[in-house]
Design a protein around this ligand. Structure first.
Ligand SMILES: O=P(O)(O)OC[C@H]1O[C@](O)(COP(=O)(O)O)[C@@H](O)[C@@H]1O
Ligand SMILES: [Mn+2]
Length: 650
């Protein structure tokens, strides 16, 4: 042990070779501990809505606007503040419009630059110089640092600033500079982003969102069931591939696959056209209103049906292969009477809304036809070999997980499976029993195995687990008793469509249960919160996102347009800054165009969930804890130098 400590100190002394260097580092770290805590931003259930997502990222769910209010208070009209906010979100586009009407651009540049400098000063004041420096755009790094650094003892500050600003304008760099400042403000307003799941499906641009996230300065992701579905597809799991394509077809988003990821769907399209040529595919009408021509629409519904039938078949095979998944009840194709066009479910007979199944052999309903098999083989290869998809999925693997404990909060997408009495539900995974945190951990480890395991059997299990996470009633990311996809397509009886939620969702107001979950994940502090998404909060029915006296925050971002009529708003996001927790309710996002032109900001309403008595500092955060450990280590090193145990490396 002693030897280990000495070896560690030796290593540390290579980094801080002298008393002076070690002391300076201690002082620097101590200074960081006393800075205000950085702002965290939480978004969930983005579901491919890249424009709304980009907007919320730009406005920091109201954080930029709050900064403008803090700096300018009553000295600017609310109209001017809104224009300034829009400029910060969309600097280039806004300036292009302003230039068309503004008579004195030079004046406008001057005023705008001063305003931006003031806001930038305020946003930067929370960080160390070194952190700000790292965020500065290379072209203007030096000037911006000059402009935002307080020069206390300079006598004629004003003329010094004026000279810089006038030069920027005179040499024609004002626009570029305004863009750089605006982006810097956006960058500094939010220190860290949490995505609490469901980036994928329903909306048109999940791949664009992923590109943005990969570019973002600091982010973690708690996978949602839809994200794990795409991960499974990328790993070549057939159930996941079929679901991914089915959902894209259902929402008129096959472009994501074809154009976004370059996955060739021609074999499926040709097969669908031939197989369902005269079939109107009534049950497979699209959701939403995609921009389709009639022939595109016709093709899409046929592909939608073709891949759905393939899905029910391959899922049947996965269920048979994995009896431990206990999903046999979800195999329904063998309950269909193909002649009568009916199905028997739980002893009751239902009329099927569709009875044209040319590819199903009633004796072997789960077997793929030769053509279907061929299509699936090609799709498997296409998903596995798509470089862009693989890079997006590896980003999810590297930056994400099934849950996260961060600054005293517990983040996960769906739920912790519970029994009706509120105790943790035990679940069998490949012959072993797990619950609570253990369940989360084993599932996550299998997801990773699905990509990285050397042992082919474990790898296969890992792939199948991704599909299991998508729809099992015991999956913490799904948390409903069944996924009623089949019933929703083929049966008119609404009661068969019902997906009953895990008791977790009924127990969200039960403090004992919630504290138990938090404790299970190591959070015993009374200030801890659970933050989850997944279930839309039906605001129009009076439902509230704040549960259990503020201990639980269900912030389904509600970005998904298809769901906005159910919730009545566009959903919630959360901000955790040094003053506390702020919940932002959003109105539906019209378009980027409207956001710029009408200066409409989707952020509508903020509720302070919790206000801290004292402003939280870095020392109160997880990073602060690491810094304190580092300081303690450095102090040991310092003592070792002083007592002669270790020599300085001069
Ligand atoms: O209406 P859609 O898009 O077909 O999806 C409905 C399905 O999506 C789910 O709600 C899962 O998606 P979420 O994770 O977004 O809730 C299923 O429970 C349901 O069967
Ligand atoms: Mn979800």
């Amino acid at each position: 042990m002693r030897q280990l400590e000495e070896r560690y100190l030796e290593r540390l002394s290579q980094l801080y070779p002298t008393i002076a260097k070690a002391s300076t580092e201690i002082i620097n770290l101590q200074a960081i501990l006393n800075l205000p805590k950085g702002t965290e931003h939480f978004l969930t259930d983005i579901h491919g809505e890249y424009e709304a997502f980009a907007h919320v990222l730009k406005n920091g769910s109201g954080s930029v606007r709050r900064k403008i209010d803090d700096v300018f208070g009553n000295t600017l009209s609310s109209r001017d503040k809104q224009t300034l906010a829009t400029l910060i979100y969309y600097p280039k586009e806004k300036m292009d419009r302003i230039k068309k009407t503004e008579k004195n651009m030079e004046d406008w540049y001057k005023i705008t630059l001063y305003r931006l400098i003031e806001i930038c000063k305020r946003t930067a004041s929370k960080y160390t110089r070194s952190k700000v420096r790292k965020a500065l755009p290379a072209d203007f790094a030096y000037v911006i640092e000059e402009l935002i650094t307080e020069k206390k003892d300079m006598t004629d500050k004003e003329s010094y600033y004026n000279a810089i600003v006038s030069t920027i304008i005179r040499i024609g760099r004002a626009e570029k500079f305004i863009i750089a400042m605006s982006e810097l403000i956006q960058r500094l307003t939010v220190d860290h982003l949490h995505i609490v799941g469901d980036i994928y499906d329903r909306g048109p641009g999940p791949h664009i969102i992923m590109d943005k996230l990969m570019d973002y300065h600091s982010v973690d992701i708690q996978w949602g069931n839809h994200d794990v579905l795409w991960m499974g597809a990328a790993a070549g799991q057939r159930g996941c591939i079929a679901n991914v394509i089915r959902i894209c077809a259902r929402y008129g988003n096959l472009d994501i696959l074809e154009e976004g990821y370059g996955i060739n769907l021609l074999p499926l399209a040709t097969f669908a056209m031939n197989t369902y040529r005269d079939d109107p595919c009534e049950c497979f009408k699209l959701k939403g209103s995609p921009n389709y021509s009639t022939s595109e629409m016709l093709l899409d519904v046929k592909m939608h049906k073709a891949i759905s039938v393939i899905q029910f078949k391959v899922e049947g095979q996965i269920i048979k292969k994995n009896p431990g998944f206990k999903l046999d009840k979800r195999n329904l194709l063998h309950h269909i009477d193909y002649e009568k066009g009916t199905i028997e479910l739980d002893g009751k007979e239902y009329k099927m809304l569709d009875s044209n199944f040319p590819t199903i052999d009633p004796k072997k309903p789960y077997a793929l036809t030769k053509e279907e098999e061929d299509i699936m083989e090609r799709l498997e290869r296409a998903f596995e070999n798509c470089e862009k998809l693989q890079s997006h999925m590896h980003f999810l693997l590297n930056k994400g997980g099934l849950y996260k404990v961060y600054n005293g909060n517990l983040l996960y997408h769906g739920c912790v499976p519970l029994k009706e009495d509120g105790n943790l539900k035990s679940v069998r995974i490949f012959g072993h029993t797990y619950k609570g945190k253990g369940l989360y951990e084993v599932l996550e480890s299998y997801v990773r195995k699905g990509f990285y395991a050397m042992d082919s059997k474990e790898k296969e299990r890992g792939k199948d687990i991704m599909w299991y996470i998508w729809l099992s009633e015991n999956s913490p990311l799904f948390g409903k008793d069944k996924m009623a996809t089949f019933e929703r397509y083929f049966l008119a009886e609404k009661e068969t469509h019902k997906e009953k939620k895990n008791p977790y969702y009924l127990l969200l107001e039960d403090e004992k249960v919630i504290c138990h979950i938090l404790k299970e994940f190591g959070l015993e502090n009374k200030d801890a919160h659970i933050i989850n998404g997944h279930v839309p909060v039906k605001c129009k029915d009076g439902e509230k996102p704040i549960k259990c006296g503020g201990k639980v925050l269900v912030i389904d971002g509600g970005f998904s347009r298809a769901y906005q009529k159910e919730t009545g708003i566009a959903g919630y996001t959360l901000i955790y800054n040094s003053y506390g927790l702020i919940l932002a309710a959003h109105e539906p996002f019209e378009s980027t165009e409207a956001a710029i032109e009408k200066e409409s900001d989707i952020h509508s309403d903020s509720t302070v969930v919790k206000r801290t008595l004292e402003r939280k500092k870095v020392e109160d955060t997880d990073v602060g804890r690491h810094l304190k450990e580092q300081i303690a280590d450095l102090e040991v090193l310092l003592a070792a130098y002083r007592s002669g145990v270790i020599a300085e490396r001069l």
